[in-house]
Design a protein. Structure first.
Ligand SMILES: [Zn+2]
Length: 700
């Protein structure tokens, strides 16, 4: 029911404690607001979304290594279903098929009973296989053995009962793994050992355009470093106190895979130990990931439990608030790049690529810039934070060399924090110490997120003073300022970084564009310094509007065109009469319903937050709006919204559609319909330039 979910929803939600089977908290109740606000609609949309989510919830059983012990496994499952009702699916990890040793004959005979149909498999069962090279070689793409019994295959991503499940069969062998170069042609498996090709293939599938987020990742082995970021008491140990060698059952490649895929659940076996790790917060998406290790089928004792029940919803059916719930026990991500991993493992060959490399380089995508090890990125800061409070909170971690909080000039001349900033320490160890405070420091009722700083993909390293954006000026680009194609008579003003130009086919006479001087595809791809300069120009134009009884609607859209010459970002600012300000939200909502049906616009606090909604994929199209909101004692609020997704497709003129809806001039949606002649354009530019002079930000 896309109509009921369409519209504007608030985000993000506060962190709420919640376990595996707890129901998600409802969307946060909207604050008291005047009748004109969309509060009732918001609540209705929230309730509808929750109902959808409940309907979509799946009851899932997880099982550890069956090793051919199918009678035991399926008897247990049948009993469980008798006790607590039917489950939708059974997912099995580790070694599923009978092996060679003791009892192998009986196990093979039992399997034959199921495969021949003499015995019935009581639940739809999907398994990976870590031990049978024959199965992996014969059925790399998977095989249904009989009704309800499916081998998933070597690696892949499949939708099972509405859940998106990524899986990898086989085990890690450093020699095999490192014998193949990334990108080279080669087999995905050698014997039962997966190769780079299997991992690359899996990542590619998971990152296909339009691919859903991974709900569950199934692997045989544990991820190396799973104990990281945990207190001693929370770490996995042998239930009977025996020595427990992680290396035997863990794989550094699985840790990288888990870090790269960011599943909501990662399930593994092999160790014959039942273990539920405290959830950790994923680095890119921010939701939590829960790791679950399972015992071997038939083992006795709680510490070896081999069947585990979950109730979970496909991420796609959940509200953002539900998806982003973080229990109080949430830890930092244990799978952050560890340069010393190889030496510690002592296996010589080791890993050649970090998780970050694997995410980018191995797939021929843009390589992520390396982290800045002595700098932390702090998120969820309140607007009124100042540098001294940050210093006070973090000084015991080490020597602070620099604190930089992102700020944006408000309409009233104050410069509130945009919600994030960076702190540079004198050493990486000190920065690590600060990261240990992630989610622990509270400030203005928010728990601060603290992570090692990593410049955004596609952005120039933040520390370089000179801005190096993406590519050289395009001879074919209409907006690269050095380009002779630029319509010079439309330029209002320019600094070395940013310029303002009047708009072609203006919807209102004072419509302008704010653009970077150099070629950059989107605001999200610009380095923070440039973003700040762009936004300060927008703020200045808004200030000018307000001094002349006007308001403005601001938008930016990023639609990746095949021709990069066409991708020069621009923020459009369309001033209009103050009397229409109260209708802006309705106009936006109506336009979404009509031209972007099914889309949910997310409320954000700043333009820079757009990047958080791109799923770490810089090709995700988006449209961003700033519209006048409620009129309060502190002046008229600015509401900021983003819609970022490949579907539904954002119409090329969507921003203009919203403005025209608001101003009742739908004939102006196509700019060609209202293009002025050159003289008029020059005149409009001169008028704007004069009016703007008192507000124009000084070049830095
Ligand atoms: Zn350009």
């Amino acid at each position: 029911m896309p109509d009921e979910v369409a519209g504007l929803t608030a985000s993000p939600a506060p962190a709420v404690a919640g376990g595996v089977a707890t129901s998600p908290a409802p969307a946060p109740a909207p604050a008291a607001a005047p009748a004109a606000s969309p509060a009732p609609r918001q609540a209705a949309a929230g309730a509808a979304a929750d109902a959808d989510e409940v309907a979509a919830r799946r009851r899932v059983l997880l099982a550890g290594d069956a090793q051919g012990n199918l009678v035991k496994l399926f008897t247990q499952v049948a009993n469980q279903q008798k006790r607590s009702g039917n489950f939708n699916v059974l997912l099995s990890v580790g070694a599923f098929l009978p092996g060679m040793g003791e009892g192998a004959k009986e196990a093979a005979a039992a399997l034959a009973q199921y495969v021949s149909g003499k015995e019935k498999v009581p639940i739809n069962t999907y398994f990976i296989e870590s031990r049978s090279a024959a199965m992996l070689q014969a059925c790399p793409a998977g095989k249904t053995l009989c009704e309800n019994l499916h081998f998933l295959g070597g690696f892949g991503v499949r939708e099972i009962e509405g859940l998106t499940v990524a899986y990898l069969s086989g085990r890690y062998d450093a020699t095999v793994y490192n014998s193949q170069d990334a990108g080279a042609d080669g087999p995905a498996f050698v014997g039962t050992s997966y190769t780079r090709q299997a991992i690359d293939g899996l990542l590619q599938l998971a990152r296909k355009p339009g691919a859903a987020g991974i709900d569950v990742l199934l692997t045989a082995e544990w991820p190396t470093n799973i104990e990281d970021k945990l207190d001693e008491g929370e770490r996995p140990k042998h239930p009977e106190g025996l020595p427990f060698d992680f290396k035997e059952v863990s794989s550094p490649v699985i840790a990288e895979l888990c870090a790269a895929l960011e599943p909501r659940y990662h399930v593994f076996g092999v160790a014959d130990i039942f273990y539920q790790r405290a959830p950790f917060q994923t680095l890119k998406s921010g939701h939590v990931c829960r790791c679950i290790g399972l015992g071997k089928v038939g083992s006795k004792g709680k510490g070896h439990m081999w069947v585990h029940a979950l109730s979970l919803s496909p991420a796609a059916s959940m509200t953002e608030a539900a998806r982003m719930q973080r229990p109080a026990t949430t830890s930092g991500c244990p799978f952050i790049e560890k340069p010393k991993l190889v030496a510690e493992d002592g296996d010589g060959a080791g890993l050649k690529r970090s998780a970050a490399d694997m995410e980018g380089g191995g797939l021929g995508e843009d390589t992520l810039p390396p982290p800045i090890p002595n700098e932390v990125f702090i998120g969820r800061l309140p607007p009124n934070i100042d540098e001294s409070r940050i210093k006070k909170a973090l000084k015991h971690c080490g020597t602070i060399e620099r604190i930089h909080l992102a700020r944006e000039e408000g309409p009233d001349g104050t410069k509130p924090c945009k919600g994030f900033g960076w702190v540079t320490f004198s050493t990486p160890d000190e920065a690590e110490a600060a990261c240990d405070l992630n989610d622990l420091l509270e400030c203005g009722k928010r728990k601060l997120s603290i992570q090692i700083s990593r410049p955004r993909a596609g952005a120039a390293p933040r520390k370089k003073r000179e801005i190096q954006i993406v590519i050289e000026p395009h001879a074919e680009c209409w907006f690269c300022l050095v380009n002779p194609k630029v319509e010079k008579h439309m330029i209002v003003c320019a600094t070395t970084e940013v310029y303002v130009a009047t708009a072609r086919g203006p919807i209102t006479p004072m419509s302008v564009l704010v653009l970077p001087v150099k070629h950059a595809p989107s605001y999200a791809a610009c380095p923070p310094e440039l973003q700040e300069v762009l936004s300060s120009h927008v703020a200045a134009i808004r200030q000018m509007c307000r001094k002349t009884e006007k308001e403005c609607i601001v938008f930016e859209r990023w639609l990746p065109f095949g021709m990069s010459a066409n991708n020069h970002m621009q923020i459009q600012v369309i001033p209009f009469e103050l009397s229409r300000a109260g209708a802006a939200r309705d106009a936006l909502e109506a336009s979404v319903k009509r031209h972007l049906p099914g889309a949910i616009l997310r409320r954000v606090q700043s333009h820079a937050e757009v990047v958080d909604h791109l799923n770490d994929d810089s090709t995700t199209p988006y449209v961003y709006f700033e519209i006048p909101g409620d009129n309060t004692a502190r002046g008229r609020q600015i509401e900021r919204y983003v819609f970022a997704a490949k579907e539904p497709r954002i119409p090329l003129n969507f921003g203009r559609m919203v403005a025209c809806e608001l101003l009742n001039c739908e004939d102006k949606v196509d700019w060609r319909q209202c293009q002025e002649d050159k003289d008029s354009e020059s005149k409009l530019t001169r008028v704007f330039r004069e009016a703007f002079k008192p507000y124009q930000p000084k070049a830095s």
